[in-house]
Design a protein. Structure first.
Length: 452
């Protein structure tokens, strides 16, 4: 059963960046460890019941996901041992032979045994010693367990330096464990099996500050051609040649003309995130700047400042401020377990300041004005289920995948709102649609509890 409690919003005039126009707290299970004690709104029960059955039916797939994800041994290095071995960072390609570096017996220990013997074993591969000579004492060559013996420490370490590992299973992202033993001393270290990925590079164009070849401005419009034209005119005032991509699902599309503008007509009312996906799919530049169709560029709208920070900090995605409002938030996520699902809270705040950049903060989500890396956002995507209202959901899907910052001073303006009855009819979601969206949200992200 779902627990539902609505709280009044304490945030001012930021509904455009919220999932709903109020805080929402929901839970699948009243006894969940992350559920608060709140009264049940029984008006939701009729709708939620079919979804709960659907949720339970597919629970086995979530269980398999958690089992696969948590199937990793915790490795603790011995505090005092003659065994030397790589703790982290040892990577191999699947099915390829690779030398295991820095495996030996330390010469700092007084080893007086007449015969020194070590063993190494793995589970998902085979071990070998390269260039074996007559008299080398090696057992298990080309097998999963290898034993090496010698009366001389130098010779033993020479043999260990030639040990190779070859995985016997093909997987692009998995791991194996090496069990390394000498007398009563035992150690375990990981081998990360990774298929190297092919780089995807973008032509930066001529000149270090060539914004036109590095950034595309994208937006989604619906019935707001007056606002869109104001936005385009303001962009051209500062960036006369930069490419603009417009995704448009208006009921009766109008022509959007201008130099270096790509106007993509969608089926009517396909929705907010479907339009974002379309725009992102057409990008050919390393970065894109997302703007709403009712924004307006100002003297403070400096795309160059965005790019300068992004180039200095790889993997960062950056947000700015709209009309002086530097809105950002963090997402507290407890993944829970396979029976309960996770807990998610959105809190207005930041993780920590971005070192070296005053007014910049590391966060999980920003306002609808941000510069992002094209390939990073494509990996996350925008859920086309969200048609009328959606923003936080993108950043929820990006938790652990996107590194986000918000910087003060990188501003864009917001046009004065005018009443548009037809637009508002489509823009504002009804109660039933909101309930369906939240149900989808619970299942898709396997959540037990949400608080906005």
């Amino acid at each position: 059963m779902f627990l539902v409690k609505e709280l009044n919003s304490q945030e001012n005039n930021i509904n455009s960046v919220l999932l709903t126009q109020h805080h929402v707290m929901l839970s699948l299970n009243a006894h969940s460890k992350c559920a608060f004690e709140h009264s049940i709104d029984h008006s939701f029960q009729t709708f939620w019941e079919p979804f709960i059955q659907f949720f339970q039916h597919f629970g086995i797939f979530h269980a398999l996901f958690f089992r696969r994800k948590t199937n990793t041994d915790i490795i603790i290095a011995p505090a005092n041992s003659p065994l030397q071995y790589p703790m982290t960072g040892f990577r191999v390609s699947p099915l390829k032979k690779n030398s295991i570096l820095d495996v030996n017996l330390s010469t700092s220990f007084a080893l007086t045994q007449s015969c020194l013997q070590v063993s190494l074993s793995v589970k998902s591969g085979v071990l070998s010693v390269e260039d074996l000579q007559d008299g080398d004492q090696v057992e298990g060559q080309g097998q999963s367990e290898l034993t090496i013996s010698s009366s001389n420490l130098t010779q033993l370490n020479d043999l260990l330096s030639r040990v190779t590992y070859t995985s016997t299973i093909y997987h692009i992202r998995t791991s194996d464990l090496v069990y390394f033993t000498f007398e009563d001393h035992k150690a375990i270290f990981p081998i990360m099996i990774r298929r190297p990925s092919v780089p995807v590079l973008y032509d930066p164009g001529k000149g270090k500050t060539n914004i036109n070849s590095r950034v595309t401005i994208i937006t989604k419009t619906f019935l707001r051609y007056k606002e869109l034209n104001v936005l385009i005119q303001s962009i051209r005032k500062f960036y006369s040649k930069i490419k603009i991509i417009v995704a448009d699902d208006s009921l009766k599309p109008e022509r959007v003309s201008g130099n270096n503008i790509e106007h993509y007509i969608m089926p009517p009312a396909q929705g907010w995130f479907a339009g974002r996906n379309l725009a992102v799919s057409q990008l050919t530049t390393k970065y894109f700047l997302w703007v709403d169709d009712d924004f307006v560029f100002l003297n403070e709208t400096r795309i160059e400042s965005f790019v300068e920070i992004m180039e200095a900090l790889p993997e960062l995605d950056l947000g700015g401020e709209v009309s002086g409002d530097q809105f950002y938030f963090v997402l507290e996520y407890d993944e829970g377990d396979e029976s309960d699902g996770g807990c998610l809270r959105r809190i207005r705040g930041f993780h920590q300041p971005l070192p070296g950049y005053d007014g910049c903060f590391l966060v999980d989500g920003v306002i609808n004005y941000f510069l992002a890396r094209t390939d990073a956002v494509r990996r996350v995507g925008f859920d086309p289920f969200l048609k009328r209202v959606g923003h936080t959901e993108f950043f929820i899907d990006g938790v652990g995948k996107l590194m986000v910052a918000s910087c003060k001073g990188l501003s864009v303006g917001h046009q004065t709102h005018r009443a548009q009855h037809k637009y508002d009819f489509y823009r504002n979601q009804g109660k039933l649609e909101e309930e369906r969206k939240l149900a989808h949200h619970f299942f898709k992200n396997y959540l037990n509890y949400i608080m906005y």
